[in-house]
Ligand binder design. Structure first.
Ligand SMILES: CC(=O)N[C@H](C=O)[C@@H](O)[C@H](O)[C@H](O)COP(=O)(O)O
Length: 225
């Protein structure tokens, strides 16, 4: 099967909804992906085989598949080979996996999971990292793309702004596409990420999470009282 790739300059829209959102469910994520495509997105990021399959049924855009499993404070973005298998079977073109240097749930090295995905499915692996060192290690372990997805989420509290310095540092040191992801909230952020060397930019909350966006407005209005 030939799989789609992410064109340079692509806006990828992450279509995910937590269980506490009325939009949780494959049918709603498929509609979200259709809206994103109609708006010009050139890729979709989606969580779990059910959402990936529903989105695959409505678009030919490249899908970055993930499967969040377990405790979000640990390695939980596609933490195992089996989790990766599920999203590729459902139709993902690229698999994104946690590639921080934290211990993995199966105790194995990152390289083993990447090798499994390459050898079993021949699809590219996107390494979701938090630091430059993790990005370099992930590339050395065989990752095909490196994304800043987990910057700010490993220990401590995530800042409001995207980590564009990490985008620039990764783009400077890596010989593979770097993807800017995480807290890209405005068109200016996206443009700056491209200028910093990002091959593509992933936007989630700012486009597909009305629950969180509404909360932000409510908080801002409360603060102004
Ligand atoms: C840290 C983590 O779990 N990130 C997740 C990864 O898939 C998603 O919850 C984010 O929405 C996605 O990365 C896009 O980022 P933002 O929603 O900030 O545009």
């Amino acid at each position: 099967m030939s799989r789609a790739t992410l064109p340079a300059g692509a806006l990828v829209v992450s279509c995910q909804a937590h269980a506490d959102s009325p939009l949780h469910g494959p049918q709603w994520m498929a509609l979200m992906a259709m809206a994103a495509e109609a708006g010009g997105a050139q890729g979709i990021r989606a969580n779990g085989p059910a959402d990936v399959a529903a989105i695959r049924a409505v678009t030919r855009l490249p899908i970055i598949g993930i499967h969040k499993i377990g405790d979000p404070r640990g390695v939980f973005i596609t933490p195992t080979a089996a989790a990766a298998d599920g999203v590729v079977r459902a139709g993902a073109d690229i698999v994104a996996i946690d590639a921080t240097t934290r211990p993995r749930p199966d105790g194995g090295p990152l390289a083993a999971q990447i090798r499994h995905i390459h050898e079993t499915w021949d699809v590219p692996v996107m390494a979701d990292v938090d630091t430059l060192d993790a990005g370099l290690a992930a590339r050395a372990a065989g990752a095909d793309l490196v994304a800043t997805t987990l910057a700010g989420y490993v220990g401590g509290t995530a800042p409001d702004e995207p980590d564009l310095r990490l985008v620039a540092a990764l783009a400077d040191r890596l010989d593979c596409p770097v993807v800017a992801e995480g807290r890209i909230r405005t068109g200016t952020h996206a443009r700056l990420a491209r200028a910093a060397g990002a091959h593509a930019v992933v936007v989630g909350t700012a486009i597909t999470n009305p629950l969180e966006l509404t909360k932000r407005f409510v908080r801002a209005m409360d603060d102004g009282r």
